[in-house]
Design a protein around this ligand. Structure first.
Ligand SMILES: NC(=O)c1ccc[n+]([C@@H]2O[C@H](COP(=O)([O-])OP(=O)(O)OC[C@H]3O[C@@H](n4cnc5c(N)ncnc54)[C@H](O)[C@@H]3O)[C@@H](O)[C@H]2O)c1
Length: 327
């Protein structure tokens, strides 16, 4: 089977790619390398057939050229986006371009080329701030960040395309996803801060923010399970752990325990880390369970596993200079 993965040099994409290659499938990876790394793509090559194109997916002509040789039967996994929420709050053009216009251009190219199978990486950020109420897929969508807004707009565009020209349109609403190779997020942020200043760790917000975390291995397993089960058409799934999450304070303490046990933790005063941060969310995953897939790791277990993996990867990457920059 053939697959196209946009954002193919990014964190979740390379994990998805590894699983698809293990099945014997062929991949075309597309990425502008703004956040992904060529080294991640190179590491996939021994595992099976991988073509890579450095391309801005929002550029319809360049995208069309990059996808020219791809079979119309291919599955397209749309994972490229701006993954830096504060950057999008600072400049809405970032989310408009990398999150929304990539979806728009991709749908136009797929339509022109008669490609009818799309799977989209959406996010809990489309719901906005609902406090401790468990969010099922029909909950109100009131995003409070440009990132969430452009993901929700992308979902709407895909819904319309499912009416017009797609046979399969799967929307996955991811929680916080952790593991390696980490390109961003709270764990790599804490681990690098502690590598630079082992005695102190500054935490954004007062530490009470509480969110759901899923290990990337389980996320990919769930994505592949969903696409292998059920009819085509437009489908939306929350993917997440079965608990109410873990606080930022608990995460900071777990990273400190693993990386720099003597460090002092310094918390801010705000109840959230940045403008647009959703301080609490809880997922209802009944729909995913009803389909037949359930998570095995709690948020806490996923965090513990990912801290060990990211810390080991950082030691390997930086050797005697653990505070250095990533590749
Ligand atoms: N990691 C999470 O916790 C999480 C949570 C919810 C949703 N998601 C979504 O999952 C997807 C993958 O996220 P990730 O964590 O792997 O992030 P990532 O930043 O590692 O991967 C995204 C990739 O997209 C690429 N990209 C960005 N703009 C592009 C453009 N215009 N053209 C081509 N490539 C472009 C980047 O270079 C990067 O490699 C994203 O859509 C993200 O919004 C991630």
């Amino acid at each position: 089977m053939d697959h196209v993965i946009t954002g193919g040099a990014g964190f979740i994409a390379v994990n998805l790619a590894r699983s698809l290659l293990a099945r014997g499938d062929r991949l075309v990876l597309l990425d502008d390398l703004s956040r992904g790394h060529p080294a991640y793509v190179e590491a996939l090559r021994p595992l099976g057939p991988v073509a890579f194109h450095k391309v801005d997916v929002a550029d319809e002509n360049a995208l069309g050229a990059a996808m020219a040789g791809v079979s119309p039967e291919a599955h397209v996994w749309h994972l490229c986006a701006n993954s830096d929420i504060p950057a999008g709050v600072e400049d809405p053009a970032v989310d408009l371009h990398d999150t929304f216009m990539t979806t728009y251009a991709l749908l136009r190219v797929m339509r022109k080329r008669g490609m009818r199978r799309l799977h989209f990486a959406s996010t809990s950020a489309v719901y906005g701030d609902h406090g401790v109420h468990a969010l099922h897929e029909e909950a109100k969508t009131e995003p409070i960040s440009n990132y969430g807004a452009m993901k929700l707009a992308s979902e709407a565009l895909i819904r319309a395309a499912a009416e017009a020209h797609l046979d399969i349109a799967t929307v996955f609403r991811f929680p916080n996803v952790i593991g390696t190779p980490a390109t961003h997020g709270v764990l790599i942020d804490f681990i690098r801060k502690l590598a630079a200043t082992p005695g102190d760790l500054a935490v954004l917000g007062n530490g009470t923010q509480k969110k759901s975390y899923l290990h990337v291995a389980e996320l990919v397993e769930a994505m592949l399970f969903i696409t292998a089960h059920g009819a085509g058409g437009y489908r939306v799934f929350n993917i997440g752990p079965a608990d109410t999450g873990i606080t930022v304070r608990e995460i900071a303490e777990a990273v400190r325990y693993h990386v720099s046990p003597g460090a002092r933790l310094h918390f801010g005063t705000a109840d959230r880390g940045w403008v647009g941060d959703v301080p609490r969310f809880v997922y209802a995953i009944d729909k995913l369970r009803a389909l037949g897939w359930s998570p095995r790791l709690s948020s806490h277990e996923a965090i513990t596993r990912a801290i060990a993996e990211i810390a080991a990867a950082e030691r390997t990457a930086h050797g005697a200079n653990p505070g250095g920059t990533s590749p």
